[in-house]
Design a binder for this molecule. Structure first.
Ligand code: ZN
Length: 105
């Protein structure tokens, strides 16, 4: 176990800087916590975001592009946009596209 820690300290280059231990660990810990929160917010946003722009997607599946997992905002719910997204989806995720289409058939 000691050898392991010794190795960690060597690798991270802080072997002789014990005074910086606290700053090092609290810094890393805070970064992890903040990063996790940040990522979950970004993840939520991306999952419910318009496929064509930065706006959030319409609620209640109103902006859903048929046959895909894409969602759009009120600005991109017209037929042309959805048709274009459908084609893009078919190109990017051929397997999933097939699967989704079969589910709806
Ligand atoms: Zn949009």
């Amino acid at each position: 176990m000691f050898a392991f820690w010794h190795w960690i300290l060597q690798v991270t280059g802080i072997a002789n800087e014990s005074g910086k231990w606290y700053a090092f660990w609290s810094g890393i810990g805070a970064d992890f916590a903040e990063g996790a929160i940040f990522l979950s917010i970004v993840g939520l946003y991306h999952r419910h975001k318009c496929q064509s722009c930065w706006r959030p997607a319409l609620k209640g599946g109103l902006g859903k592009v048929e046959g895909t997992h894409y969602e759009t905002c009120h600005k991109h719910t017209n037929k042309d946009d959805h048709e274009a997204l459908k084609q893009e989806h078919a190109l990017k995720h051929p397997a999933m596209h097939e699967h989704l289409n079969r589910e709806q058939a």
